[in-house]
Design a protein around this ligand. Structure first.
Ligand code: MD6
Ligand code: FE
Length: 204
């Protein structure tokens, strides 16, 4: 049986071709040299298995004080590197032409990393979508509904795939069950990078 996904979820398989993936990867790796990925601590005190960093004026962080957006890297104290123009262009085309994203969370999945079912709800205005770009190894993505107990579907996100949570799907639960190690050779050292573009602060 095929269950359809929630309205407002969109998937563009292979939206970025091999050349665009390689160019974007170079820019993200250069940014990661300035703003190194680290394992954040949940408010409950557990280190996440995913490593994170951010691009843009604001970045999503978590620690004992909770989840929030912050203008600086918590370990280096430096502002986050800028969001590459290619990502700003992709947002303008697929997400929202009027207001640019002000945050891009970079998730790095090395061997065994995963991300539990969650909602993205630390942003000021849920009328803006979240746009996701995947690079490297294929992820098994789980997408549910507004309630944690709603039924879920399992989808694969491969390198170059772009997806969007907007409209009624903006607050849908979702997570990464696992990453298929060795399914791509894009990321040096192996693994998966996911970039999520957001509008964290209220628009002007
Ligand atoms: C990931 N993605 O793909 C995790 N959030 O590594 C997300 O948490 C996500 O794919 C909001 C919108 C789209 C997403
Ligand atoms: Fe998310």
């Amino acid at each position: 049986m095929t269950r359809s996904t929630i309205e407002g979820f969109r998937l563009w398989p292979g939206r970025l071709g091999p050349g665009a993936q390689a160019a974007l990867l170079d820019q993200v790796l250069a940014a990661m040299a300035e703003a190194p990925p680290y394992r954040p601590i949940t408010p409950g005190g557990k280190p996440m298995s995913v490593e994170m960093t951010n691009l843009g004026p604001l970045g999503w962080v978590t620690d004992a004080r909770g989840y929030r957006y912050a203008p600086r890297h918590p370990l280096t104290g430096e502002p986050w590197p800028p969001i590459p123009q290619a990502l700003l262009d992709l947002w303008a085309e697929l997400a929202d032409a009027a207001a640019p994203p002000d945050a891009c969370l970079v998730n790095l999945y090395r061997e065994g990393a995963r991300m539990g079912l969650h909602q993205d709800r630390d942003e000021a205005d849920f009328s803006f979508p979240v746009l996701s770009i995947s690079l490297g190894d294929t992820a098994v993505f789980r997408l549910g509904g507004l309630k944690r107990s709603d039924p879920t579907v399992s989808l694969r996100l491969a390198s170059g795939d772009v997806c969007l949570l907007g409209g009624p799907a903006r607050l849908a639960h979702h997570g990464i069950d696992r990453v298929i190690a060795g399914s791509s050779r894009l990321v040096p050292g192996g693994g998966r990078l996911n970039l999520t573009l957001r509008r964290a602060a209220a628009a002007l």
